[in-house]
Every structure is written in C-alpha cells, then in structure tokens.
Design a protein around this ligand. Structure first.
Ligand SMILES: O=P(O)(O)OC[C@H]1O[C@H](OP(=O)(O)O)[C@H](O)[C@@H]1O
Length: 332
C-alpha cells in the first residue's frame, strides 16, 4: 500500500487495505464501501478550511482508487460522491458529502433490487443456471425468481484461484437452492444441463464487451457453442465511461502466490524454499490475471436496473448516463 496521503483518516486507509487484499470484494460491494469511506472521511476530517477539506477528500478518493484497477464501479462511486461535495464552509461541505454518499448507497441497493426483478423475468420455473465467481447482481436475479415461487437449480463453478464460487454456493444453499459445485475445467461438460449462464461484471465497455472474473470468456464461448444463453447482471455503475473515448480497461494482475504457494513453486523448480538461490530468476513465471474480456457477440443480454439490453446497444445507455466526460474522480 502506498504511503498515507496527508489528511486521510485511518478508517479510509483501512478500507483501502481491505479492498486491495479482497477482504472487501465484488464490484458493487467495493463501490458501497468506497462511498461509505468518503462519508467517514468527511465526518472525521480535521480540516480547518474548505480548501483543506476538499483536498483531503480528494486524497481519500485517490487512496481508495489506487487499490484495484478493473472494477469501474469504484471510480464511478468516487466521482459521484465528490460531485456532491458542495458548500462554502467546512460544515456545509461535510454535510453535503455525507448526504451524497448516503444517496449513492441507497440508490445502489435499490438498483440491485430493480435489476434482480428484471433479471428474474428471464428465469423460468425449473431452470438450471451456471454461475462463475460471486456476483451480488447475479444472485439478486435468482433471489427474486425464488421469491416469486420459481424453482431454480445451480451449477456453481469453483472459480480458481480464490474460489469465490464457495461464497455463491453458500448463499444459494441458504436460500434452499440445490447446488452442484464443479471445478472450472468441468464447465463445458455440464453445459448440456444448463438453461442460462448467469454472471456479473466488473466493467462493461462501450462496445458491449464484458470484463468479469477470469474464465468468463471461455465459459461464454463454450456456452454459445452449446446454445446456452449468457446473461450478464450488471448495474449501470459497472458501465465504463472511459471506453467511449477509446480507452481500454486495465486487467488486474494479482500476486502469483494466489496461484502457486512458495512451497509449490519450490517443488516445481526442484529447490528448497529456504535455498537462497531460489530468489534468483529460476525461469518459472506465474501469471495471475484476475479478469478477462468477453466480446459482445458471446453475450445474449446485459441486465441493468434500467432494463435489459443487447450488449451492442449498451453504448446508448452509457452516453445518456455519463455524457462524454471521463476525468479522474478527483478532478471533478
Ligand atoms: O458487483 P457484483 O455483482 O457483486 O460482483 C461483480 C464482480 O466482482 C467480482 O470481482 P472480484 O471478486 O472483486 O475480483 C466478480 O468478478 C464478480 O462477477
């Protein structure tokens, strides 16, 4: 983690650490935590002038922003809250920022509920869904379907390396859904039994491509080959405004030890991990991209709180919601 920025309260640093280490994870949950952290910064700020207050809020936003690069819900949340920071006095700035963060968090929750109602319409009684990773937006669709009396079964991909599929399986079992957990490599074999692939998104690009947990693109290609529709549940906070002006979405590369422990690495290269020469270049590289890009042509529908969209038309909604401005969150 980078050095603390002046004026940033410890609670914001702690939230940033939790996001970076994935104690707090999932694009919507990260956005919610970031907005809450900005409210805490506003509440506890020791700034004595409006200029210092604004400076410290922006520094807090930068600290949160620098944690993980792929889920656009994070900068979108920061930008939204900072745009509401308004007033001539520290007291007014504090109140307006806190109120804006509260509005954001409430809207986020409502958006997920609405999205769930829309997504549930795609699910029929008796359907089997295949999930990848853990997405609260995707689960919201199943939740509403269950509430309306539909029976749903789930085939849950484990999702290496961090196995967020376990979180999905736990939630679904809590709701009484019959769950079959499979290793990621088994997905194609099980697609014959599946009515929908249902995943979330960390970012949606202007061309309708979906940036989600690594493995989503292979799953979508296989699903297309098997004729299984792919449904992406993503609130509009996942729409990536920079992609309207040609920017690409940065794919996070995480620590290689999520894939290979030091002991496993030592076993592969045939050295004890206490061996000093193990620190030298041993010719073994481990890559650990956290996300991949699924082209729009493999996605059947993007379900948002504003309705269901064919991926190719998502840019229309993006323009309506974001205009063409794509500044860094703290330059607003
Ligand atoms: O916003 P919700 O739908 O909860 O999650 C969206 C996405 O965030 C997660 O990323 P990570 O586990 O934080 O790397 C997954 O890729 C998931 O599909």
């Amino acid at each position: 983690m980078a050095d603390a920025e002046p004026g940033v309260v410890p609670a914001v640093e702690a939230t940033a650490d939790d996001i970076a280490t994935m104690e707090i994870r999932g694009a919507a949950t990260i956005a919610d935590a970031a907005a809450a952290a900005l409210a805490t910064q506003a509440d506890r700020s020791g700034a004595e002038s409006p200029a210092a207050f604004r400076r410290h809020l922006r520094a807090a936003a930068r600290t949160l922003y620098e944690t993980r690069p792929t889920a656009v819900s994070l900068p979108n949340a920061l930008r939204y809250v900072l745009r509401g920071m308004d007033g001539e006095t520290v007291a007014d700035l504090r109140a307006s920022t806190i109120a804006r963060a509260e509005t954001f968090r409430r809207d986020l929750e409502r958006a997920q509920e609405t999205l769930g109602e829309i997504g549930a319409n795609r699910l029929r009684d008796g359907d089997v869904v295949m999930t990848h990773c853990h997405s609260t937006d995707a689960l919201a669709c199943i939740d509403v379907a269950l509430e309306s009396g539909k029976a749903i079964e789930a085939i849950v991909k484990e999702t290496r390396p961090r196995k967020q599929g376990h979180i999905t399986a736990r939630q679904l079992r809590e709701w009484g859904v019959p769950v079959t957990v499979i290793v990621d490599n088994a997905a194609r074999r099980y697609l014959d039994r599946v009515d929908h692939v249902l995943v979330g998104a960390d970012s949606i690009a202007a061309d309708g491509s979906v940036i989600n947990k690594v493995g989503t693109s292979g799953l979508a290609v296989n699903a297309r080959e098997r004729g299984v529709p792919v449904m992406v549940a993503a609130q509009t906070i996942k729409l990536h405004p920079d992609t309207m002006t040609g920017h690409t979405v940065e794919i996070e590369l995480r620590d290689e030890r999520e894939v290979l422990s030091d002991e496993e690495r030592a076993t592969i290269i045939g050295k004890g991990d206490e061996d000093e020469s193990a620190a030298e270049d041993d010719g073994l590289t481990v890559d650990n991209p956290a996300f991949d890009v699924t082209p729009a042509r493999y996605v059947d529908a993007i379900v948002t709180e504003r309705g269901q969209f064919p991926p190719e038309s998502i840019v229309t909604l993006m323009r309506e919601l974001f205009g063409e401005t794509t500044d860094e969150p703290w330059t607003v």
